[in-house]
Design a protein around this ligand. Sequence first.
Ligand code: FAD
Length: 382
Amino acid sequence: MLSGKYEYVVVGAGIEGSATAYQLAKKGAKVLLLEQFPLPHNRGSSHGASRMIRRAYEEDYFCEMMNEAYSDWQELEKETGTKIYMKTGLVMISENLNVTESVAKILNSLNMKSELLTANQVNGKYPGVFLSDNETAVIDTDAGILKADKALRCLQEMFVRNGGEIRDQEPVRRIIPESDTSVMIETSHGTYRSNSAILCLGPWAPKFLKSLGLNLPLESVKTTVCFWRMKPEFSRMGAVWPCTVNISAEEHSYSLPPDEYEDLMKICWHGGVASDPDDRDRVSPAESHIDGLIKYVRRRFPCVEPKPSIMETCMYTCTPDESFILDRHPKHKNIIIGAGFSGTGFKLAPVVGRILADLALGKKPSYPLEPFSIARFTKSRL
Ligand SMILES: Cc1cc2nc3c(=O)[nH]c(=O)nc-3n(C[C@H](O)[C@H](O)[C@H](O)COP(=O)(O)OP(=O)(O)OC[C@H]3O[C@@H](n4cnc5c(N)ncnc54)[C@H](O)[C@@H]3O)c2cc1C
């Protein structure tokens, strides 16, 4: 049986846990990062080659945090000599002019570059995308693609370079709070003691947190990632295609230009079907889910064949308001929780890591944490 004493134990080596472990190790702390599966794996939320990075959000606090995230990713590129960010720009679409105007206003107030365009202007500028007359778009020029699997590998590499220890294939079975400065962590291989435990469990959070008395409104959702072949006349253009996000309630979706697979665009619904991450393939995506996406793609993207060429699976962990949970356990202050990244947490991982590390270190985080608090959910559910 293994045992040991650490200052911090981080559970879950997805992008959020790896970023948190790196921040703590960088401060010189003795840190253990535990992962249930052999690394790397594709069973959670952080696998795959690409994620979108953007400054444009409807929430001003996310826009502010993105400033720091961009410089963190840049620093990680320098530290590891790895290219992680590729600039493409973003067309953020809505039928509600108030929404696009408000996003443009937030970006301008933060001195970030953006542009508000009519449907005609978008259709003229980006021939691969089609907007109807009732739609408008805000253009976020700094948006692009993060090389997701490389980013995850780099964070784990930097964690180890800073003295951190990773143990994979070692599921945590139980967290036993002992006092405000001591937690026992029971795994498949042994028992560790730590000043503090930081839980970044991805879609396993809803189940696991119940064992710590927390019944949070988190939903694990299986989502289908679809890749669509570009028509030859468009791929021959050799243009840098933008990412898109459609924030209409009925057609909430996003797209990334070809990167992961040659000539295949990633176009997906933002969302999916509720499912247990340990039994996720017992639930198939409803046929209407893919049929609806095909209809949408046919109308929105004249540049691709309207049938997915490749389909993959990934998991979201959603909160009702799609904001994250970055907080201390209400009863055990040295158990820190990072959860509910609602399909949008990758780009913010370096900032999330710093916030969770600050909470574990007992420091005041540099952002107000009300939008991420556990207390925003009704007390009766805890
Ligand atoms: C299809 C898809 C597209 C997305 N697109 C974007 C995008 O464009 N931009 C963006 O910013 N975000 C995007 N996201 C969201 C982003 O990828 C997630 O928010 C992020 O990866 C969440 O990371 P995580 O570390 O919380 O979860 P995970 O990556 O799931 O990590 C949790 C880890 O904890 C481990 N674990 C759980 N329980 C235990 C245990 N008991 N013991 C040990 N280990 C345990 C799991 O095995 C797992 O490795 C997307 C997500 C998906 C699925």
